[in-house]
Write a protein that binds this ligand. Structure first.
Ligand code: GTP
Ligand code: MG
Length: 207
C-alpha cells in the first residue's frame, strides 16, 4: 500500500524542516521546496511485524508500506499573483492523497509572533477558493452537464462561497453523472487532512 502526503502551509511555517525530519533527507539545501522543483521523497514504513512474517513464510517478494512526501512552497511570483500559496502550488497538491497542513506556532525572526489560528484560517480559505475556481470553471466549460450533477456542484460551490468546508454527507453523495468531473477535479477539500502545529514539540491533529 502506498500513500502520497502533500506538506502544505503558508511561507516559512516550517514545511521543509518537517519534510526533512519525516524523510531524513538532507538534499534540500538552498531551496524552499518551492519554484520549479518541489521536494519529493519515497519513504518505506518500518514494520517489525512484516519482517517477522517474511522470515516465517519466505515469500518471493516482501513489499513494505510506503509513503511519498511532497513539499512545495509558493514562489514569490505566485505569492504576489495569487495569495500566499499560489495557483501552481495548489495545482501540484491535487494529485496527493492527504494534505499535511503545517501551521507556524513559533516566533519567526522577521515574520514575528505566531498567529496560528489566523494562519490556519487563511490556509483553509485558499484551499476553498482554489476549489471554488475549479468548480466554476468546470461548470462554465460544460454547459451540457446533467442537471443533477450541476445542482450538486452548485450546492458545493455555495458552501465554499461562505468560506466553509462542505460536510461529509455532501461530499460523499455526488450523483453518478458528476463522478467523472469529481475525479478529474481532485478537490482539495475532499482530501483527508492532518494539521501539524509546528511548536518545538510537534503536535498533530487529524480531521
Ligand atoms: N524556532 C523555530 N524555528 C523553526 C521551526 N521550524 C522551522 N523553523 C525555522 O523557520 C524557518 C523556515 O523553515 P522552513 O522549514 O524552511 O519553512 P518552509 O515552510 O519550508 O518555508 P518556505 O518553503 O520558504 O515557505 C527556518 O529558518 C527554520 O529553521 C521551529 O519549530 N522552531
Ligand atoms: Mg520550504
Amino acid at each position: 500500500m502506498s500513500l502520497t502526503i502533500g506538506i502544505i502551509g503558508l511561507p516559512q511555517s516550517g514545511k521543509t524542516t518537517l519534510f526533512r525530519a519525516l524523510t531524513r533527507l538532507d538534499d534540500t539545501r538552498g531551496g524552499s521546496g518551492g519554484g520549479n522543483r518541489p521536494h519529493q521523497a519515497h519513504v518505506t514504513v518500518p514494520d517489525t511485524r512484516l519482517d517477522r512474517l517474511s522470515a516465517i513464510f519466505h515469500p518471493k517478494k516482501t513489499t513494505p508500506t510506503s509513503v511519498d512526501f511532497l513539499d512545495a512552497a509558493a514562489t514569490l511570483a505566485d505569492v504576489e499573483e495569487k495569495g500566499a500559496l499560489g495557483k501552481r502550488v495548489l495545482g501540484t497538491f491535487r494529485s496527493v492523497d492527504t494534505l499535511l497542513e503545517v501551521v507556524r506556532c513559533f516566533p519567526h525572526p522577521y515574520l514575528g509572533e505566531a498567529h496560528p489560528m489566523d494562519d490556519l484560517e487563511n490556509l483553509e480559505l485558499e484551499l476553498l477558493i482554489s476549489d471554488l475556481t475549479v468548480i466554476q470553471n468546470t461548470l462554465e466549460r460544460n454547459r451540457k452537464m446533467a442537471p443533477d450533477a450541476r445542482a450538486w456542484f452548485e450546492s458545493l460551490a455555495s458552501v465554499l462561497e461562505e468560506g466553509a468546508r462542505p460536510d461529509a454527507s455532501l461530499l460523499d453523495g455526488p450523483p453518478d453523472s458528476a463522478l467523472p468531473f469529481v475525479q478529474s477535479m481532485a478537490l482539495l477539500v475532499a482530501k483527508p487532512g492532518i494539521v501539524c502545529a509546528n511548536v518545538p514539540d510537534i503536535m498533530l491533529c487529524c480531521y
